[in-house]
Design a protein around this ligand. Structure first.
Ligand SMILES: Cc1cc2nc3c(=O)[nH]c(=O)nc-3n(C[C@H](O)[C@H](O)[C@H](O)COP(=O)(O)O)c2cc1C
Length: 151
């Protein structure tokens, strides 16, 4: 059964809520195992054990949040040795922009054996039911693609 890991970093709880919604969407897909983990608690072994990775974080000061960047910095070398290219996806929370976080995340990920399987989703402003629905949709779509083996 394909395994999806959702890793999130959140200071005020916005990305945490989006990550939980994305996990809910993914778990609604049959035939996939979903794990949710804080970036501070996750490491390279967690990435090496799964078939898909969803990263959820905020834009901070025009870039990717420090906690998520720390996670990617810590895992760079061990995950770089992985031969299989891992499908990944980005879900970002931002006050009113988010473009800098997307750019930085994509630039960092281009150094990993990872490929963005779906378009990044940026959720601007406070988390609303509509934004949670978008996050759920992203989780469900990513999980369905993994389950069907199309990524
Ligand atoms: C230190 C700091 C810097 C921020 N910089 C940006 C920014 O550059 N662009 C933006 O759109 N929002 C910015 N924000 C707003 C956050 O991205 C937004 O509040 C987000 O929902 C926080 O998510 P979190 O609670 O998961 O950390 C910043 C917030 C903080 C605390």
């Amino acid at each position: 059964m394909p395994r999806l890991l959702v890793v999130y970093h959140s200071q005020s709880g916005a990305s945490a809520r989006l990550a939980a919604a994305a996990r809910g969407g993914a778990e609604a897909t049959d035939g996939i195992t979903v794990t949710l983990c804080r970036a501070w608690d996750a490491g390279s072994q967690d990435i090496l054990a799964v078939d898909g990775l969803l990263l959820v974080a905020a834009e901070n000061s025009g870039g990717l949040s420090g906690g998520m960047k720390d996670f990617l910095d810590r895992t760079f070398y061990p995950v770089g040795e992985r031969e299989r290219v891992l499908p990944c996806a980005l879900l970002l929370s931002a006050g009113n922009d988010g473009r800098g976080a997307v750019r930085q995340a994509q630039r960092i990920l281009s150094g990993f054996p990872m490929r963005e399987a779906v378009e990044p989703v940026v959720c601007r402003g406070p988390v609303t039911p509509d934004l949670e629905a978008r996050a759920r949709e992203l989780g469900a779509g990513f999980a369905a693609g993994l389950e069907m083996g199309i990524f």
